[in-house]
Structures are given as structure tokens and as C-alpha cells.
Design a protein around this ligand. Structure first.
Ligand code: AMP
Length: 653
């Protein structure tokens, strides 16, 4: 007799675990538990065994050269990433296999086989060459989620140019800053993209960004939306249409043999000082890392249809829409738009239509779907699914259990994957055929990854106690440095515990060796899975003429994980009223992009500061989250907090 379904609370209280389903385990790519010991005993040999599965022009002479904190992987190896992601499948029986299934928000579908992808990538590589792009140059990419985005990235790798993809939701200023910092020569954009039924005018934003980005001399424009809904002005001599340039380009372009340590891409992420950090990834190690993790964690088989819902503008899209799955010869789904257009069942419809087998999304999305109700997924055929994943922030057990029971019908494994832009690939995650799942825990480090939780002095924390998550050994996909700022690289990641990588996350290890991630220990907020620095928002706010000073914190939020709350001191002569609050929200949104828009603005006459002048964010968080006040003894003026708290409660009320 089957038991009545239990509530999530009951399951959490039980600390329920989910051992691998024997049927899944029997077919899993990783089903030998000895893999963990083997990798621990010889991590270099472990990683090299995956590098061997890739095609190299010239094999490496040494797997790892580690001069802390600088690593070189696969020394002297020569490889081309586009060759590994495209040519070797196009030259095999996979030639006619679909590489990319694209679905636009308006419902248009395009399927691109590996054979076609080979031609498109080669053509665009020739276009880049014709625009003067050479090996070692940087190319900016600011595109919606359309196939031209991976094609452009792969074309860069084909000729050995580094790409810097900027998320299509970013503003003029963010785009300009990234283009200037990376020294991009060419920008690839589109007339616009579709989002919630509206056109996002990317070309217009690009035009504005280029007013003050003098190194960018050419712009390639994809016509995604069309002149009727999104008219654009093409600047003669600078701008070219993608389709026109592609029409006259040759479909053959020899892949450039790149050094394993050549820069593959730069991707900017928030830093606690406000200036974004250009995370620099290289070629051979990164590809090995994303290839191995895609193969073992997502268990990719030739029959799989893999959908990672991230935007390619974030690292998740780089590693698990483009490089990892394509290196494995998988079919990937790319969806352009929002999950609620035209209806709130859009994701489930995509799964049903394209028979997605492996689905990878973010906890913030899962919590939103929970709110929208079970009827929507229950109204779709999700029977093609066999494995699900999450990434971006800790997943609360309630959301995990909902995902498991409603989407996974109580049967499918869930891989909760912890990693960062800096780490390049997944670092902590269950191997679905081997590891017992625990809702809310990312479980075990991937084989070969030496993760540990330590105290202030670097000693391992006792089981069950929160400490700093560090990585004790180099791994192939690790960032090599920060673009043009090696000092900052050394200082941010390696100065706290020399020789060990500081992740910036807090974590607890349990008695089974499973890791429970506890969020950032620095001043970075995770808003709907996006990494946003409080400093960046503060700097943007003080640029507004009405703002004298501000302090931003991330307040716990049911759906987004955290939501930005700004405490603002207004300058003389300005009125702290609702109109100003609305204006400030708009101001930040247009400077930094809509994800950065504060949800609440709290006007205050003062901010709680320590005697050394550091803003006490912990207290502001307590106030915003309605908690009893913590220790205020270190404050220069403890009265400020009490009055702020009163004010916040009355504003909220
Ligand atoms: P990003 O570099 O933008 O990808 O953000 C990385 C940060 O996201 C990490 O440092 C964590 O704070 C958080 N994060 C990502 N994945 C997870 C996860 N599965 N569990 C907990 N936190 C996560």
C-alpha cells in the first residue's frame, strides 16, 4: 500500500535523503564509487583522462604547473575549442544531429545541426577576420539568446580571439565599461531581442555605449526583430549586417591551434569594491573542466536534449549552454524570452515540445513556479525528463522538494550544483548515479576538487559549524587572473589563506562530508541568482544629485533569494518622498540594468557606522528583515539604529 504524500515540512524535519535510483545508476556515466578515491589520489591524472577525450593538435608535456596563485594546465598543449565543440561532431555520424534547438519568445523555432553549425561558425570566423580581428584580440558580444550568440563565441575561439559577452539586460554604462576595460575591437549585437512581448533595443544601447568606447571600430548587427518593430541606424563604415557579411563569407576556416593557456574569454562579475572584475579563463583546462562536469553531472548521452535556462551572458550559459554540452556532442535547447510569455506555463511547454530530457534552472525560478501553482506543470507532458539541476544560490528544501515532486514526479534525481564565474565549472554537486541527495545541500565536491570549510585561521571547521569555503588545490577551469589586474586577483582570492582559493562563500560540512552552502560572506548580494555588489549600487545612487550617502543591503526575499534595499541620506533642498524614491529606483535601473533596481528605498538622516566609519550592514539587514537588533555596542551612535528601525516599520506598515 502506498503512503499518503508528506508535507515538505515533515520531510525537512525528517532530514530526508534520496539515494540514487538503481535504474538510473545502472546507466549513469559515473557509476563507480571508486572515482572519488581515484581522483583524490591522483587529481592530475583524473583531469588528464578527460583531456585525453578531447582532440589536441599537440599533446601537453605537463598536466599542471602550479606557482601559487598562478596555474598553467596542460602545458605546451595546442587545442582549438570550436574544433572540439563543432568539427569533431560535424565530421562524424553526428553531422546531422541537432546541436541547437532555438525557440524565440514569439514562438519561432530553428534547429541547427552540427553540420550546419560548422558552416555558420566557419563563416562568422571569416567575417571576424575580414573585420581585422586577429588571434589574441577581444570581441564584445551583446546579443539576445539567439543562435548567433553561441555561433559568435565559437567563431572567436576558432581564430583564437577572446570574447567578452555582456548580458543583454545590462545598461549603456555597464556595456561601455566592459567594452573599454576589455579593449574590444569589434562589437556584435542585434537590432533588438524579445522580452515579455516587448523589444529590447540592443542596437540603440550599443550605439550609445560606443559614443565613448573608442577602441571599438566595427559593429556587426544581427537582424532579430526587423525594421518594422525595431528600426535602427547603421553607421556607414562602422556597422555591418550579420546576414550580409555571412552571405559573402566562405564556409571553411581552418581552426587556429591555440595554446592551452591562451585566453578563451573574459567575463565580468561584481566585485565588492564596485568595479566589476574581468574574470579571465583560458582554453585547454576550461574546456576539459566543462566537458568532464557536463558528462558526469548531467550524465549526457547522445539521446539527450539538454536545456539550461540561464542566459549566455552569465557563466552558466557559457559553460553549460555552449562549451560543456557541445564538447559532448549534445543537443541543447536555447529559449530567448521570459518564463511567463505568453503564459506562465511557457517553460513546461518548451520541455513538452522539444522533449527535454535534462533540465537545469535556478532556485529563484523554481520558487516563482511554486507560487504560480502546480496546475501549470501538471497540464503539460513532462515525461521526457530524466534529470534536473539547479544553480545560482542555495536552494531551500521546500523548493527542492517541490521541484522533485511536481516536476520530477517524485522520481528524478536533482543535481544542486555549486560553482562561480571564477571557478569556470561546477565544483560541488552530486554525481546523480552515485550520491545520495539531501534537499538543500550541494552534497560532495566533484572528484578531483579539494573543497574544505575553515575557520579564521585556516584550520578545518568542526563538522556542523559554519566557516569559509576554500579550495585547497588548483583545478583546470579556475580563473587564471583578473583581466589587467593581477594584484587584485592575488588580493581578493589568495591573500586570506595563501595557496588556497577563497570562494567568498560560507559553508557547513556535515557528518557525511556533504556541503551546505550558506551564501556570501562579503558584500555581494545574490538577486535572482545574479551576483550584484552592494558597492556598485551605492556608487550608482550617489551619482544622483539628491543622494548624499547610501548603504545597500540584500534583504531575504521569498522568490529572488535576496532583494536590494537602499538606505539613503538625502541632500539639503531635496524632498525625501515617494516621487524621489521612484526616481532613484529608475535611476539605478537605467544605470546598472533592471536586475539591480532596489526594491525598497528607505530615507534616513543617518547611517549606523562603526567608530572606524564602516557601515554596519548587519544591523541594516536586521532592520530590513524585521529582526531583533543585534549587538550595537560598536556603533558610534547607537540611537541611529533605533530611529531607523521605527522609521522602517512605519514605512512598511
Ligand atoms: P556567479 O559567479 O555569479 O555565478 O555567482 C556565484 C555565487 O553564487 C557563489 O559564490 C554562491 O554564493 C552562489 N551559488 C551558486 N550556485 C550555488 C548553489 N548551488 N548553492 C549555493 N550557492 C550557490
Amino acid at each position: 500500500m502506498s503512503e499518503a504524500p508528506k508535507t515538505a515540512e515533515a520531510l525537512i524535519a525528517e532530514g530526508r535523503t534520496f539515494p540514487p535510483d538503481p535504474a538510473f545508476a545502472a546507466q549513469a556515466n559515473a557509476n563507480d564509487p571508486a572515482i572519488y578515491e581515484r581522483a583524490e589520489a591522483d587529481p592530475e591524472g583524473f583531469w588528464a583522462s578527460f583531456a585525453e577525450e578531447l582532440d589536441w593538435f599537440q599533446k601537453w608535456t605537463k598536466v599542471l604547473d602550479w606557482q601559487p596563485p598562478h596555474a598553467k594546465w596542460f602545458v605546451d598543449g595546442k587545442i582549438n575549442v570550436s574544433y572540439n565543440c563543432v568539427d569533431r561532431h560535424a565530421n562524424s555520424p553526428r553531422k546531422d544531429k541537432v546541436a541547437i534547438v532555438f525557440e524565440g519568445e514569439p514562438g519561432d523555432v530553428r534547429k541547427i545541426t552540427y553540420g550546419e553549425l560548422y558552416e555558420d561558425v566557419s563563416r562568422f570566423a571569416n567575417v571576424l577576420k575580414s573585420l581585422g580581428v586577429k588571434k589574441g584580440d577581444r570581441v564584445g558580444i551583446y546579443l539576445p539568446m539567439i543562435p548567433e550568440l553561441p555561433i559568435a563565441m565559437l567563431a572567436c575561439t576558432r581564430i583564437g580571439a577572446a570574447h567578452s559577452v555582456v548580458f543583454g539586460g545590462f545598461s549603456v554604462e555597464s556595456l561601455r565599461e566592459r567594452l573599454v576595460d576589455s579593449g574590444a575591437k569589434v562589437l556584435i549585437t542585434a537590432d533588438g531581442g524579445w522580452r515579455r512581448g516587448n523589444v529590447v533595443p540592443l542596437k540603440k544601447t550599443s550605439d550609445d555605449a560606443l559614443l565613448d568606447a573608442p577602441d571599438v571600430s566595427k559593429m556587426v548587427v544581427v537582424q532579430r526583430v526587423g525594421a518594422e518593430k525595431c528600426p535602427v541606424t547603421m553607421e556607414p563604415g562602422r556597422d555591418v549586417w550579420w546576414h550580409e557579411a555571412m552571405a559573402s563569407a566562405s564556409a571553411t576556416c581552418d581552426p587556429e591551434p591555440c595554446d592551452a593557456e591562451d585566453t578563451l574569454f573574459i567575463l565580468y562579475t561584481s566585485g565588492s569594491t564596485g568595479k566589476p572584475k574581468g574574470i579571465q579563463h583560458t582554453t585547454g583546462g576550461y574546456l576539459t573542466g566543462v566537458y568532464a562536469t557536463s558528462k558526469l553531472i548531467f550524465d549526457l548521452k547522445d539521446s539527450d536534449v539538454f536545456w539550461c535556462t540561464a542566459d549566455v551572458g552569465w557563466v552558466t550559459g557559457h559553460s553549460y549552454i555552449v562549451y560543456g554540452p557541445l564538447a559532448n556532442g549534445a543537443t541543447v535547447v536555447m529559449y530567448e524570452g521570459s518564463p511567463d510569455t505568453p503564459g506562465r506555463d511557457r517553460f513546461w511547454r518548451v520541455i513538452e515540445k522539444h522533449k527535454v530530457t535534462v533540465f537545469y534552472t535556478a532556485p529563484t525560478a523554481i520558487r516563482t513556479f511554486m507560487k504560480w501553482g502546480d496546475d501549470l506543470p501538471n497540464g503539460c507532458d513532462l515525461s521526457s525528463l530524466r534529470l534536473m539541476g539547479t544553480v545560482g544560490e542555495p536552494i531551500n528544501p521546500e523548493a527542492w522538494l517541490w521541484y522533485h515532486s511536481v516536476i520530477g514526479k517524485g522520481k528524478l534525481p536533482i543535481v544542486d550544483t555549486w560553482w562561480q564565474t571564477e571557478t569556470g565549472h561546477i565544483m560541488i554537486s552530486p554525481l546523480p548515479g552515485l550520491v545520495t541527495l539531501k534537499p538543500g545541500s550541494a552534497t560532495r565536491p566533484f572528484p578531483g576538487i579539494a573543497a574544505e570549510v575553515v575557520d579564521d585561521s585556516g584550520k578545518p571547521m568542526p563538522i556542523g559549524h559554519k566557516g569559509y569555503l576554500v579550495i585547497n588545490k588548483p583545478w583546470p577551469g579556475m580563473l587564471r587572473t583578473l583581466w589587467k589586474d593581477d594584484n587584485r586577483y592575488q588580493q581578493v582570492y589568495w591573500s586570506r589563506f595563501p595557496g588556497r582559493y577563497l570562494t567568498g562563500d560560507g559553508a557547513v560540512k556535515d557528518e557525511d562530508g556533504c556541503f551546505w552552502l550558506m551564501g556570501r560572506v562579503d558584500d555581494i548580494m545574490l538577486v535572482a541568482g545574479h551576483n550584484i555588489s552592494t558597492m556598485e549600487l551605492e556608487s550608482a545612487l550617489v551619482e544622483h544629485p539628491a543622494v548624499a550617502e547610501s548603504a545597500v543591503i540584500g534583504k531575504a526575499h521569498d522568490v529572488k533569494g535576496q532583494s536590494p534595499v537602499a538606505f539613503v541620506i538625502v541632500r539639503e533642498g531635496y524632498h525625501a518622498d515617494e516621487a524621489l524614491a521612484a526616481d532613484l529606483k529608475k535611476f539605478v535601473g537605467s544605470k546598472l540594468g533592471p536586475v539591480c533596481r532596489p526594491d525598497d528605498i528607505i530615507f534616513t538622516a543617518d547611517l549606523p557606522k562603526t567608530r572606524s566609519g564602516k557601515i554596519m550592514r548587519r544591523l541594516l539587514r536586521d532592520i530590513a528583515e524585521g529582526r531583533v537588533l543585534g549587538d550595537t555596542t560598536t556603533l558610534a551612535d547607537p540611537h541611529i539604529v533605533a530611529s531607523l528601525k521605527d522609521k522602517y516599520s512605519s514605512d512598511e506598515g
